[in-house]
Design a protein around this ligand. Structure first.
Ligand SMILES: NC(=O)c1ccc[n+]([C@@H]2O[C@H](COP(=O)([O-])OP(=O)(O)OC[C@H]3O[C@@H](n4cnc5c(N)ncnc54)[C@H](OP(=O)(O)O)[C@@H]3O)[C@@H](O)[C@H]2O)c1
Length: 244
């Protein structure tokens, strides 16, 4: 069995993936800031699935060296075979456009995840073993006035993952990019104008299935690929006039 590190493990989507992996008997390291919730989740998984699940402290806002963090984690829990990075942050639109929150959106959705994935990617490449999954968003496919800071971070992460996939293919290390549309989670709770909202546990299961099938990039649900294809092809002179 493999050991999988899930970052942003309190996310409902990440929980869905954690349950699906635990049902296969995989061992889990559940990382994030909320130790009380992660401890509850780990205990729940151990009881339900009779597999190992441990809470791990990680704050992507801190610019600590992630290589050393991974060394310590592996010394304590053994080698890590896979990484799911589900962490992200999307404050309301007005908040995220200015000052410190703008930088935090970039840190929590792009630079923080990249620092960790970079460190994990290097050891995967050396070992010629492992896998990486990153959750980006359809918001990264085209900048819109309603969330372009978040979209820029997610789009950046998608480009980063594509490059990493290209680099790690030679080492036999698959990299999966996940682009969800609207999902019913804490992040979207109470937001106006949502449509075609997906169940987060279903999304989590699809992530696990796509990873084991060796997929490169998935939209969840799949119809978002067509929606975003259309949105990406609206001419800019028209697009800039839309209230999106
Ligand atoms: N919901 C949607 O419609 C939607 C659509 C497309 C993409 N996404 C993406 O899907 C992923 C999961 O989001 P969600 O919808 O399930 O929302 P969520 O419940 O708010 O999950 C976000 C996760 O990110 C973690 N996180 C935030 N800042 C962090 C930090 N500084 N250090 C470590 N962990 C941090 C949170 O941990 P804490 O418990 O510590 O806050 C939480 O586990 C995110 O990447 C999100 O951007 C969501």
């Amino acid at each position: 069995m493999t050991q999988i590190l899930i970052v942003g493990a309190t996310s409902a989507m990440a929980r869905g993936a954690a349950f699906a992996w635990a049902a296969q008997g995989q061992r889990l390291l559940l990382a994030g800031r909320d130790q009380a919730e992660l401890t509850r989740l780990a205990q729940d998984i151990r009881v339900r699935f009779k597999t190992s699940a441990q809470p791990v402290a990680l704050d992507l806002d801190e610019s600590a060296a992630r290589e050393a963090w991974l060394d310590t984690l592996e010394a304590e829990h053994g080698p890590i075979d896979g990484l799911l990075c589900a962490a992200g942050w999307m404050p309301d639109n007005e908040t995220m456009r200015h000052g410190e929150p703008a930088l935090q959106v970039l840190q929590r959705n792009l630079t923080g995840p990249v620092a960790l994935i970079n460190a994990f990617a290097d050891r995967c490449e050396q070992r010629r073993h492992g896998f990486i999954v990153g959750i980006t968003s359809v918001a990264g496919d085209r900048g819109r006035q309603s969330n372009y800071l978040y979209g820029a971070a997610k789009g950046g992460l998608a480009i980063y993952l594509a490059g990493l996939r290209n680099r790690l293919d030679a080492a036999g290390v698959p990299v999966l990019t996940v682009k969800p549309g609207f999902v019913d989670t804490r992040m979207t709770f109470g937001l106006p104008g949502l449509f075609l909202v997906a169940d987060p546990f279903w999304v989590g299961e699809q992530i696990v299935n796509a990873q084991s099938a060796g997929r490169n990039e998935i939209y969840l649900p799949g119809f978002w690929r067509l929606i975003m294809l259309i949105i990406r092809h609206v001419p800019e002179f028209l697009f800039k006039r839309l209230k999106l």
